[in-house]
Design a protein around this ligand. Sequence first.
Ligand code: TRP
Ligand code: ZN
Length: 880
Amino acid sequence: MRSDTSQTIYRNDYTPPAYLVDTVELGFDLDPARTIVASRLTMRRNPDSERAEIELYGENLELVALRMNGKPLGKRDYRIDGNLLRIANPPQDVTLEIETITAPEKNTTLNGLYVSNGSFFTQCEAEGFRNITYFPDRPDVMAKFTVMLRADKQKYPVLLSNGNLIEEGELDDGRHFAKWEDPFKKPSYLFALVAAQLVCQEETFRLKDGRDALLQVWVEEGNLDKTDYAMQSLKNSIRWDEERFGLELDLDRFMIVAVGDFNMGAMENKGLNIFNTKFVLANPRVATDVDYAGIEAVVGHEYFHNWTGNRVTCRDWFQLSLKEGLTVFRDQEFSADMIGTASGRAVTRIEQVRTLRQAQFPEDAGPMAHPVRPDSFVEINNFYTVTVYEKGAEVVRMLQTLVGRDGFRKGMDLYFERHDGQAVTCDDFRNAMADANQRDLILFERWYSQAGTPIVKARTQYDADAKTYSITFTQSCPATPGQPKKLPFHIPIAVGLLGADGRDMPLGQDGANGSTAVLELTEETQTFNFTGVGEQPTPSILRDFSAPVVLEYDYTDLELLHLFSHDSDPVNRWEAGQRLAMQRLLRLTSAVASGGKLELDATFIDAMRKILTDDGLDPSFREQALLLPSETMMAEQMSVVNPQAINAARQFVRATIGTTLRTELMQQYLANMTPGEYSPDALSAGRRGLKNLALSYLAAAPDADAIELAQAQFDNAGNMTDRVAALIGLIHAGADSAAPALQAFYADFEKEALVVDKWFAMQAAAPATTVKAVRELMKHRAFTLKNPNRARSLIFSFCGANPAQFHAPDGSGYAFWAEQVIALDALNPQVASRLARSLDRWRRYAPALQGQMKKALQKVAGGKKLSNDVREVISKALAN
Ligand code: TRP
Ligand code: ZN
């Protein structure tokens, strides 16, 4: 909630800071109603700047005192202009002393210093530090921080900040203090403090260089039985970064703190990572396999930021993907390496592709489309997006594909050699990759500068006499806001050719490596020739999803079936199944809409049966291959979206699979039980995944036996994965037993906030849950808008995961959405702004729905005290 009006910031307007900060000493007298912050900054003129002015940002602060080189500054010595405090013509070297007051208990934004469940926490990325004190709050100002915390000892026994604890002791009036020093210079967005009633699991861990580091996971009392997996994941992360990238932990102490009120997943503050409880707390009773995987990924992600983000940080926020895209790539590789098997690695890759198609492609085709390195923004918090994170990770992955795994490591080494301790740009990263490998990566920059998902059309030609095969690629990219025309991208396309026997053919092509060639498409149209091709092949194009593009190729059903049965590349094997399913789902959607007959061909069912029963394949891969494209992905393929028809068509296919493959599903259900003690390892999780997918198809049929099976699984489940899967089966089947099961579930877990979130989310996403039912659930005593996890569990789940109900023809879903965006915005603009994006794709619906959506968008736009966050999203949605 800014006091100034919204203003667009442009990347090209970047200028270096006029003053640099060498040291920061912060003193906190923590009090929920009135926290006093004293700051002493030593500053000096930046030789790289011509400007002679100190610029400090501050928001929602009461300024008590300001002194420069010991002298109090009066109202005429500085200007406050919106959120900027300026001091003109200061001397070369300056010591500033600033005293401010803030009221953390009134801070519902969870940005800056705030109170959660009676304790103090901070969140400073991107621009939260300016809510704590006046400071040149921009990432290219890096300083050494020393922090003194003072607080009531009983209420806040634990006092934490970045770096090392150098002193602690008692004060008068029942207060105590702790002094922390961070030996590394850092930007203000990496500052953190915690003053809380917490307990920790701790351990010393031997680093590769022989040093011992103290590792701690801090949680509320009562949650110590849920910290093992986070701790294990942290140790695995440290080891992995040592081994894969030669990067070591640079501190003697590394802390993870879990907090229940948090806007995002977690935050990489130096030495003091602060996490949403969702990504820390787990035991088999309360957490699912998906939760466990999330914890491993996020713990890894935040830990890996210590090098990619903290030691080398961003020059400005337009470079956000420099740290986020690279760090997501690193956490993806970490998760894949933790599984270890080729098939497990492929499953993680498939999940990444699914996320891209489900969330990033729509973003790239909608009103908020932006390049991986955006050119402008109103509110930077709106640009922590799937494009910056997930597409950013794809861009890094393509670099690795182009220079090879060893070449990528060389590039990383050079990047740190050049830039350790600096705030740099995406170009600096790309240049390090290019220089370390003597590669020309000039064209590759377009992946950073151009928005939109490229479309690659492929045509093939086989010449039996000459035994040559050619593939011609033509690329294009749709216009996006502010970018009507695009230049060709540098696209690595991994290709293999399958013979009639299903085996890979050896490739006679330059750059071919065994049976897969990485072709580099750099022009609009290019033809690649293969020689010595003895028979008409089936092309396997874009293996391992080698680029984030849409591949258009006129595959016949026979070719797809061939690939689905045989492709040696598991990602394309899966992809062939998705294409087969999507074609049918879209045809059935039209049939539903036109009242036509609904039929599913035996060919498709047989292909599914073959995969389902192929015991030579990992259960987790079979689960992926049998999962249908989501309703959102189907919607993206239609020119006019009909949410109810999509839902009906998909339900029809699910029910048909449940009926026609009943025997096989039942067999697999029984064959993939995981008796004994729960373990979250990938193989066990994969078995549960396949078993529970089988259950969900059986329950979709729905037949009485399946419902009984689900009920039995619910009653006897030894872990949350099985319990939730069974409950969802009951709910989706509309079983009479669903309501009592939901009640029992709530009674068993009402003290576990994260499980109560699941309880709301399951109901919100159920096909029978109407807007009215959601409004009823909002009256439940456990519901509150103030906790982001809870708001997400009910409201976001409904608006995002229940399209057929959300898009109710009477517009009631949209009216509900508008109300909630406005209500949330008054509390927490960052969270409200995420919900505000639910109608991004409104122009793709039938005119009647469009009209209702526009009305709802305009209602929000007309809100009197709208945040910049929500205003940016809504005005972009409404713009032409
Ligand atoms: N940098 C964090 C990450 O990717 C995420 C983050 C950015 C964040 N802004 C935030 C977290 C605001 C919480 C609140 O790991
Ligand atoms: Zn991150």
